[in-house]
Design a protein around this ligand. Structure first.
Ligand code: F6R
Length: 367
């Protein structure tokens, strides 16, 4: 049932070309220039009249939500707030019937996310679910929603569910933007054509980085700390990369927006600190170059995720992982793949149980 892979996690990482494709199936109709999502379309007035969208989630799903904020604000120009479900529900939040609350949950059973949704519903908000598990509790309580259709995720560390969540959020952002006129037709058409080819990009990244990342992982088996940095869309991708590593390898890892480094974490950098930096061409590249210079000056070990043909960051990096160039909004999907592999191989070399990490459960039904 692991399809020849040693672990479910690796199988699920390699399934992503297919799972992302499945998420888009029947929704993204490139030739017709249409995104079909009944859950959105049937309630389009709710989204159109929303004062703001509040995204609530936990863990990896919360990271997807942060990227959703960048997507929806950029393309649909609707204000978005992203909250940990556990914080949202206990702080007497201000919610009105003009708010749309979107919950993101792979399992659809997370207790804090469920409770936060109930609260939002009581206060009159329209509640929308992005779940992977069909007919789960969150899917049932929401007014409407979109399933991610990534297929069952067995590995406790979320991988293909995350990229499927990003795909749904991308579809929602483009659909709302097209509808409310913030995303012009020409841009819409070129973005959806690029989205349609993302499964192929993921396939390319898996093929070109798997062995390389496995080699890189060998050098970090005894490492005790890691920093992950990114900017813009790739700041949440850095958070997610760090979470994957800590969950399955038990190495302490922190993600930061690269520009925040100088406000504290830079004090940690010396020759023993590996720093994973996500630095695609589109996305504040010049700013990232100066961050990398600062790290280099302090002898940090740099593992750079860059676009093919990159020179500036690559010249300073100790390890270079190349991914194809995409529009900025798609780069977290593509960049996440080698980071999943890096966490996976480091954990395997450390002899950890990657599919069932200690202390973690696949669905967190306690508060
Ligand atoms: C990370 C992970 C957890 C979950 C979190 C939310 O790999 O698995 O952080 O993302 O517990 O779970 P769901 O999405 O099921 O609500």
């Amino acid at each position: 049932e692991k399809g020849g892979y040693e672990h479910f996690m690796l199988k699920e990482i390699f399934e992503q070309p297919k799972s992302v494709h499945d998420t888009m199936r029947g929704r993204l109709l490139v030739d017709e220039g249409v995104i079909k999502m009944a859950g959105i379309w049937d309630h389009i007035e709710k989204f159109k009249n929303a004062n703001r969208i509040i995204i609530i989630a936990c863990g990896t799903s919360w990271h997807a939500g942060l990227i959703g904020e960048y997507l929806i604000e950029e393309y649909a120009r609707i204000p978005v707030e992203v909250e940990y479900a556990s914080e949202f529900r206990y702080r007497n939040p201000i919610i009105t019937d003009k708010d749309v609350v979107i919950a993101i949950s792979q399992s659809g059973e997370t207790a804090d996310t469920m409770a936060a949704l109930k609260l939002a519903k009581e206060k009159g908000a329209f509640i929308y679910g992005i779940c992977n598990v069909v007919d789960s509790s969150i899917a049932r309580i929401t007014d409407a929603g979109s399933y991610t259709h990534a297929g069952p995720e067995i590995g406790v560390a979320s991988t293909k569910a995350f990229t499927a969540q990003l795909t749904i959020l991308t579809l929602i952002a483009f659909k709302l933007g097209k509808h409310n006129g913030n995303l012009g037709n020409a841009d819409f058409m070129s973005l959806i054509a690029e989205l349609d080819a993302i499964p192929k990009r993921i396939e390319d990244v898996l093929a070109s980085t798997n062995e390389l990342v496995q080699d890189i992982a060998k050098d970090f088996v005894s490492t005790t700390n890691f920093l992950y940095l990114g900017r813009g869309y790739n700041y949440p991708a850095a958070l997610e990369g760090a979470l994957k590593l800590k969950e399955i390898s038990y190495i302490h890892a922190e993600g930061y927006p690269a520009a925040e480094m100088k406000h504290g974490p830079i004090a940690l950098i010396d020759e023993n600190m590996p720093i994973v930096i996500i630095a695609p061409k589109k996305g504040h590249y010049d700013k990232i170059v100066s961050n990398v210079q600062e790290i280099k000056a302090r002898k940090g070990k740099i593992i750079a995720v860059v676009n093919k043909g990159d020179t500036q960051v690559s010249a300073m990096a100790d390890y270079v992982i190349e991914i194809p160039e995409t529009s900025e909004c798609f780069s977290p999907i593509v960049a996440s793949v080698p980071l999943q592999l890096l966490a996976y191989y480091i954990a395997v070399y450390r002899g950890a149980n990657v599919d069932q990490p200690r202390n973690l459960a696949k669905s967190v039904t306690v508060e």
